[in-house]
Design a protein around this ligand. Structure first.
Ligand code: PEP
Ligand code: MG
Length: 573
């Protein structure tokens, strides 16, 4: 019988393909005494050879899909596998201690890893330690006869099954082969979910048990509209899936007709619909989906895609490409938002009990001004080539905003003094993600040019409910009147000072929330590019005056999120 797994709908669309298990295999082994060292050395050498062949394929794929720079890490792995000194020591250990290849390999590589890791302020050696660890895993896998999955090796249509996908795993997925994915953990606003929407890959996250319920090669239907997966479906279910996939494609084709239309309500009120992007490459998707601006460029992906801090020049090129690609339409770049679930392998952050409440985002930038100033200079230089705005993530206090803005002004003045062309009208704003900041929005509004409400974090912090934890996802309530009040407070405060407010959290593209946000006076809705056209289509059916009435009732009369949903249904039917 078909097995049904329920999770959270993370990315629209329906797909069916064979399961590819992206899970780490069990690499445990026992240390054994052996009597034929030569045979053991031979066995190791065969495993090394197979690993090399595999790495050649991965390297080539990575070069094609991600570029030569990204592929360098695999070159480093290949170099390690050809290191005579390292393998000399391992072979000696097999001969002298008469231990099996797994044990000899692990013991020698552990020694090198510890030695490199001890060089704490040497990022290069730290990275080499990581490389040796990865390579060792691969060779041990081959010695044990188990394969290590790697998305780069996928060469047929699959549905990926994983416990979790990191943003960098997700970035490596090849859309030609990866038709969908399902994970055990994560929520709709975890970063892998956000990226799946950018890549237009149907996805279900937070299913709880996909990795234990699905096996390699089983047929799986991923229903990213309803948040379900069907394992080993019947023929009828497959037929049904095809019909629904077609209906979804037809719907999308209809929305496409609105690509160049204005974002306007039934009674003629205009708003701006913008796209969230992670890299300059996403600009194409933003334009294809009729984005009127980029409301959020998550600049940290530039840092996450690199093996060291990106230089001013590399960042300048990326920001310039984005503003030029948008052809005069505004691009709001958020300064580096690292921490929480976004890590940089080359910038180790302290172990923290609550990373989401810890050293992250603007807190790092104000502390590591070397990194911050480099980014600001790159942004300032790029501002000359189009319409660029800057915003700071996770601002909690007026002082933080003032400090960040002051550093921006200093860098701007230096560039101007050096004769570097810099735009005169760069808007500088902030993300509204911390409830404390939303409570003093009236004070902040005096200093900012705009607010951009980051509901993904704002909801999490307001409800004290981790955005990626599916166990408490019931508390993740965008429509709760408490959240609506924080949003209202923010929008009103900005308008009183003649400033504007956008929203770049996922709520901005939520079809139940849009009518309320319109009624609250939100100026810009920034979302995954793939949600723009359906939102434009929805706006055409709404009357702005009626939505003001709806918003007023939702904020003042409703007690629960459910009551708000009920109200939206009444007002939009
Ligand atoms: C948010 O918090 O709503 C937001 C847009 O930022 P991120 O999802 O990158 O944390
Ligand atoms: Mg955020």
């Amino acid at each position: 019988m078909t097995k049904v797994l329920n999770g959270i709908a993370a990315s629209d669309g329906i797909a069916a393909a064979k399961a590819y298990m992206l899970v780490q295999p069990d690499l445990s082994f026992e240390e054994k005494t052996i009597d034929n060292p030569d045979a053991e050395i031979e066995r190791l050498s065969a495993a090394v050879e197979t690993s090399k062949q595999e790495l050649e394929v991965i390297k080539q794929k990575a070069t094609e899909n991600l570029g030569a720079e990204e592929a360098q890490v695999f070159e480093a792995h290949l170099t390690i596998l050809s290191d005579p000194e390292l393998f000399g020591q391992i072979n000696d250990k097999i001969k002298n201690d008469k231990v099996n290849a797994e044990a000899a390999l692990k013991s020698v590589t552990d020694m090198f890893i510890q030695m490199f890791e001890a060089m704490e302020d040497n990022a290069y050696m730290q990275e080499r330690a990581g490389d040796i660890r990865d390579v060792t895993k691969r060779v041990i896998g081959h010695l044990l006869g188990v394969s290590i999955p790697n998305p780069a090796l996928i060469n047929e249509e699959v549905v990926i099954v994983a416990h979790d996908l990191t943003p960098s795993d997700t970035a490596q997925l090849d859309r030609n082969f990866v038709k969908g994915f399902i994970t055990d953990i994560g929520g709709r606003t975890s970063h892998s979910a956000i990226m799946s929407r950018t890549l237009e890959i149907p996805a279900v996250v937070g299913s709880g048990n996909a990795t234990s319920e699905i096996s390699e090669g089983q047929m799986v239907i991923i229903d990213g509209l309803d948040g379900q997966a069907l394992v080993e479906p019947t023929d009828e279910e497959l037929e049904d899936y095809k019909a629904r996939a077609k209906a979804f494609a037809d719907q999308k084709a209809e929305w496409k007709l609105l690509k160049d239309a204005k974002s306007v309500t039934a009674d003629g009120k205009e708003v701006k619909l913008a796209a969230n992007i992670g890299t300059p490459k996403d600009v194409e998707g933003a334009n294809d989906n009729g984005a009127e601006a980029v409301g959020l460029f998550r600049s940290e992906f530039l840092y996450m895609d690199a093996s060291e801090l990106p230089s001013e020049e590399d960042q300048f090129k990326a920001y310039k490409a984005a503003v030029e690609g948008m052809n005069g339409k505004q691009v709001v770049v958020r300064t580096m938002d690292i921490g929480g679930d976004k890590e940089l392998p080359y910038l180790p952050l302290p172990e923290e009990q609550n990373p989401f409440l810890g050293y992250r985002a603007i807190r790092i930038s104000l502390d590591r001004q070397d990194i911050f100033r480099t980014q600001l200079r790159a942004l300032l230089r790029a501002s000359h080539y189009g319409s660029l705005a800057i915003m700071f993530p996770m601002i909690a206090t007026v002082q933080e905003f003032k400090d960040a803005k002051a550093i921006f002004e200093e860098e701007k003045a230096k560039l101007v003094a050096d004769g570097v062309p810099v735009s005169d009208d760069i808007e500088v704003g902030m993300m509204m993600e911390v409830p404390a900041a939303a409570m003093v929005a009236d004070k902040l509004a005096k200093y900012v040019d705009f607010f951009s409400i980051g509901t993904n974090d704002l909801i999490g912090y307001s409800m004290a409910a981790d955005r990626g934890n599916e166990k408490i996802s019931y508390l993740y309530q965008p429509y709760n009147p408490s959240i609506l009040r924080l949003i209202k407070n923010t929008i009103e405060a900005s308008h009183k000072e003649g400033k504007w407010t956008g929203m770049c959290g996922e709520m901005a593209g939520d079809q139940v929330a849009v009518p309320i946000l319109l009624g609250l006076g939100l100026d810009e809705f920034s979302m995954s590019a793939t949600s723009i056209l359906k939102t434009r289509s929805l706006l055409k059916t709404l009357d702005s005056k009626k939505m003001e009435e709806l918003a007023d009732k939702a904020v003042n009369d409703c007690e629960t999120a459910d009551e708000v949903v009920e109200l939206v249904n009444q007002y939009t039917k």
